[in-house]
Structures are given as structure tokens and as C-alpha cells.
Design a protein around this ligand. Structure first.
Ligand code: ADP
Length: 489
């Protein structure tokens, strides 16, 4: 199965747990296999943490906290900058590794490595700009001094869809702020995070500041770590269901929490939209990562007067995409990550068809090995289809028609999620009016891509708490301490 290059890249990855600056086996000796989703073959076997490993990682992070917080901001910044440069220097190898374990086409993996590295560059710049405040009390006399200090040891749990970027956007600000970390990557894609751990060590991250534990028993290993009380912050990216469980666990010791949860993005195309721009945006919003993104356009609502033309243009583009193993030349759509993900896509498309939707492109899963599903377009999708309410996390574009702006807004907001919505219109008044009324943390206005390390990423409603990236990103890892100064006149 593997070319020499693939074997070389796989063999170079550490396969242990990173605890206290050392790579070690799980206390139980257990390992778990990592699969290639395009063939089902085993790529590697990595250590599978037991609960005592989780606690050992937390102890290491806790013991390293005070010294790391005392490291000069410029030094923390330089470490992140070196890690950024190392990631860019190793972009091709990291991309190949990511494609092998996750499935996305190589070009997209390269893009993710650059995007992920950018969080380190951004937060290396933020590390030296942590400020505070000083003010005179309104009545005179006392003064207010406000200082910012690291929250403390952090626990991170990340998903498989962006194996590097979902890690770096938490690790970057945490290290910049002076916090230590225990991170658990997703069991489907631990290799990218393990490779990143080695890069961060080489960049100069001291022992214990970054600890990586891969664990298939996520709850069994992470719950004791969260409930322990020595970690002061949890940042999680994943499903809303798991996010709610973790929020409850955090309540016991009142951990600070940042949650990036599920989405159900609408993609609104008004009659005054530039249709070519809308189709371009739709391809990006729908097909980036094979649709396996919380920001993916999940539901398309198109004005009746342009619906047919939009569906035809989108269908043509979707139908022309090349599906295959992400390592092959020219492949634009890789496999879904696993059997569960593929099963959900099959179910949701089946449900929409049963409710009266029509498939115009794709719609039939192949029979070969790997978790492939073809780019699919559905029209006349009734509002009560599951596709309009649940994240499909696959290359499926369901299109429904609307007549008025109010109707489009009501449909877009008829969800418990609130991560992102996309709007295509050339009318400035409408653009701003609709953007204000959409219930989401982010809006893509005439663009299908909102993610940027320099912008505040995050959702409202059941899509999460807090923001990642931008100038506010580091604040999630800082506590304010207010010192009241008396005795002055
Ligand atoms: P998905 O269904 O896309 O895999 P999940 O929310 O289940 O999304 O997984 C995201 C991350 O959360 C993964 O790292 C997974 O191992 C972890 N996870 C899942 N369930 C739990 C849990 N009960 N406690 C802690 N981590 C969990």
C-alpha cells in the first residue's frame, strides 16, 4: 500500500505519550491502531493512554506551570516562532502524514499545515503584547491596577477533522500566555499531533509544558483529569453532545471553558447575488475538507428566481470533482474519516429523499474499500428533512427555495446552532441587515471561508463559548487580577 515516502514519513512519527518531556508507553502497555480511511489499512500503532497516564500528564503540566509562567514573554514568543518556521519547513511531510490518517487531498493538507502554523506565528506576536491597566477611582484617592496572568494548566481535547489546526489554535495562545498543556487528540488522527509535539520540543518547549496523551477511552482518561482541579481551563473542539458532558464535568471545580461545538451553517443566495461568486463560495464552504468542517455550509437557501440556475451551476462543479485517495494526483475529494461518518451521510441523504428531495448529482455510495461518498446535490429539500437540522459532515449540498428575505432569515435561524452563516448579495443594505439578524458568531459575506488566525472564531447558542484567534484569542488564557491601591490622595 505505502510508497517508500509514505513509509518514511510514518516511521518518523513518535508513537508514545509525551509526558514530562519524555516519550513513553502507556502505563498499561496498551496500543491502538491508526487507519488509512481510503483503504482501511493500518498505518501505525500508537500508545493508548490509561487513566493513570492522564493524571501523570496533568501532574507534569502542574509542576511545570510556575516556571513556564515566569519565562520571559520574548522567550515564549521565540519558541512559537521557531515552531512556526519548523512547520513550514516540514510542510510536505506533515501534509502527507495528515492525508494518510485523515483522508483529505494533499493540497488541502498543505493548506492546513500553513493555516495551523499561522496560529503559532500570530500568537508568537501576541505573547509580547499582553498588557494591563491603570486608572484613578472616579472619586479620586485610590487607584486601580489591573494585571493579566496565565490561567494555569489547560486541558485540550481536539477532533480529527483538522488534526493540526485545532491543536495549534489552542496550544499557540496557551503557550503565549504562559499556560502549560495536556492535550488529547482524536483517536482517528493522533499522528499529526505527535509529530507536532516533536516539533515543539525541538523549538524549545520545556519538559512538562506540553503533554500529549492519545486515548481511545476518552471519557475514562479525561474525566479524572478535568475533575482533579489542578487544571484550571478546558478548551474543547468537537460535537455539541460531548461539549455539554464536558461543561458539566468542568462545573465541579469551576474550570474556565472554551467550547467550539457543532454548526448548521446556512448558505443564503439572494436574487441580487453574483451567481458565479456564489457558486465559487459554495464550493469552498461546502467542499473544503469534504464537508467535514463545523463551518461547512449545511443547508442552501436560494431565492426562487435564481434557484434553478444556481443548482445547475453548483451541480456541474460538484459532479466534475475527482474523488479518490488524497495522495493521488488531481484528487479533490478524499474519503470520509470512518464508517460512522459515512453511515450518517448515507442516512441523512436517504431521509431527505424519503421526504421528497430529488438527487441531481451523486447520491450513491461506491462499493470499493475506503469510506468514500460522492459529491452530491439535492433539490426540493423539505424543511423537515434531517439534513436541514443535523450536521451532515459530508459532501452533500441540500438546496431549498425561498421567496422573501424574512423567510430566508427565519429558515437560517431555525436551529439550536449558531456558528456561521453565509450570505451572497450585491446589495449593501441587505448584506448588513441580514448579517445583523443572523444568529451566529460569524458570517461569511460574499465569501465561503471565514477561518483566519487573526480573526475571532467562535459560535453562539449551542455552537459554543469563547473565541479562538484574533486579538481576543489570548484573553481566553489570561485571568485579570485587580489590585486596589489605597492611601493615595
Ligand atoms: P466526532 O463525533 O466528530 O468524533 P466528538 O465530539 O465525539 O466528535 O470527538 C471530539 C473529541 O472529543 C475527540 O478527541 C474524542 O476522542 C473526544 N471525546 C469524545 N467523547 C468524549 C468524552 N466523553 N470525554 C472526553 N472526550 C471525549
Amino acid at each position: 500500500m505505502n510508497s517508500d515516502l509514505e513509509r518514511k514519513v510514518l516511521d518518523a512519527v513518535p508513537t508514545g505519550l509525551l509526558i514530562g518531556g519524555e516519550w513513553r508507553q502507556a502505563a498499561s502497555g496498551a496500543t491502538t491502531k491508526v487507519e488509512d480511511p481510503s483503504t482501511g489499512e493500518v498505518l501505525a500503532e500508537v500508545a493508548d493512554a490509561a487513566p493513570e497516564d492522564g493524571i501523570a500528564a496533568l501532574t507534569a503540566a502542574h509542576e511545570a506551570q510556575a516556571a513556564w509562567a515566569a519565562v520571559a514573554p520574548r522567550e515564549r514568543s521565540d519558541i512559537l516562532r521557531r515552531a512556526y518556521e519548523a512547520m513550514i519547513a516540514r510542510q510536505d511531510d506533515l501534509a502527507l502524514l495528515m492525508t494518510l490518517e485523515m483522508g483529505k487531498p494533499l493540497a488541502e493538507s498543505r493548506g492546513e499545515v500553513a493555516y495551523a502554523a499561522e496560529f503559532f506565528r500570530w500568537f508568537s506576536e501576541e505573547a509580547v503584547r499582553i498588557d494591563g491597566g491603570f486608572a484613578t477611582a472616579p472619586a479620586g484617592g485610590s487607584r486601580f491596577l489591573v494585571m493579566k496572568q496565565p490561567v494555569g494548566p489547560c486541558v485540550f481535547i481536539t477532533p480529527w477533522n483538522f488534526p493540526l489546526a485545532m491543536g495549534t489554535r489552542k496550544i499557540g495562545p496557551a503557550l503565549a500566555a504562559g499556560c502549560t498543556v495536556v492535550i488529547k487528540p482524536a483517536p482517528q488522527t493522533p499522528l499529526s499531533m505527535l509529530a507536532l509535539g516533536e516539533i515543539l520540543q525541538e523549538a524549545g518547549v520545556p519538559a512538562g509544558v506540553l503533554n500529549i496523551i492519545n486515548a481511545t477511552d476518552a471519557q475514562g482518561v479525561m474525566e479524572p483529569v478535568i475533575r482533579d482541579g489542578r487544571a484550571r481551563k478546558l478548551s474543547f473542539t468537537g460535537s455539541t453532545g460531548v461539549g455539554k458532558i464536558l461543561l458539566e464535568q468542568c462545573a465541579e471545580k469551576v474550570l474556565r471553558t472554551s467550547l467550539e461545538l457543532g454548526g448548521n451553517a446556512s448558505f443564503l443566495v439572494f436574487d441580487d447575488a453574483d451567481l458565479d461568486k456564489a457558486v465559487e463560495g459554495a464550493m469552498l464552504a461546502k467542499m473544503r475538507n469534504m464537508g467535514e468542517a463545523c463551518t461547512a455550509a449545511n443547508r442552501f437557501y436560494v431565492h426562487r428566481s435564481v434557484a434553478e440556475a444556481f443548482a445547475a451551476k453548483l451541480g456541474e462543479r460538484m459532479g466534475a470533482l475527482k474523488v479518490g485517495r488524497g495522495t493521488e494526483d488531481g484528487v479533490q475529494v478524499g474519503p470520509l474519516v470512518d464508517a460512522k461518518g459515512l453511515g450518517k451521510v448515507v442516512d441523512l441523504v436517504g431521509d431527505a429523499v424519503a421526504h421528497g428531495a430529488r438527487v441531481t448529482v451523486g447520491g450513491e455510495k461506491g462499493s470499493g474499500p475506503g469510506y468514500f461518498y460522492p459529491p452530491t446535490v439535492l433539490v426540493d429539500v423539505p424543511q423537515n428533512s434531517r439534513l436541514n437540522h443535523e450536521e451532515v459532515f459530508g459532501p452533500v449540498a441540500p438546496i431549498s427555495v425561498f421567496d422573501t428575505e424574512d423567510e430566508a432569515l427565519a429558515a437560517a435561524n431555525a436551529t439550536e446552532f449558531g456558528l456561521v452563516n453565509y450570505v451572497f448579495t450585491e446589495n449593501l443594505n441587505r448584506a448588513l441587515r441580514v448579517a445583523e439578524k443572523l444568529e451566529s458568531g460569524m458570517v461569511g459575506l460574499n465569501t465561503g471561508l471565514v477561518s483566519n488566525p487573526a480573526a475571532p472564531f467562535g459560535g453562539i447558542k449551542e455552537s459554543g463559548l469563547g473565541r479562538e484567534g484574533g486579538t481576543v484569542g489570548i484573553e481566553e488564557f489570561l485571568e485579570l487580577k485587580y489590585v486596589a491601591i489605597g492611601g493615595l490622595s
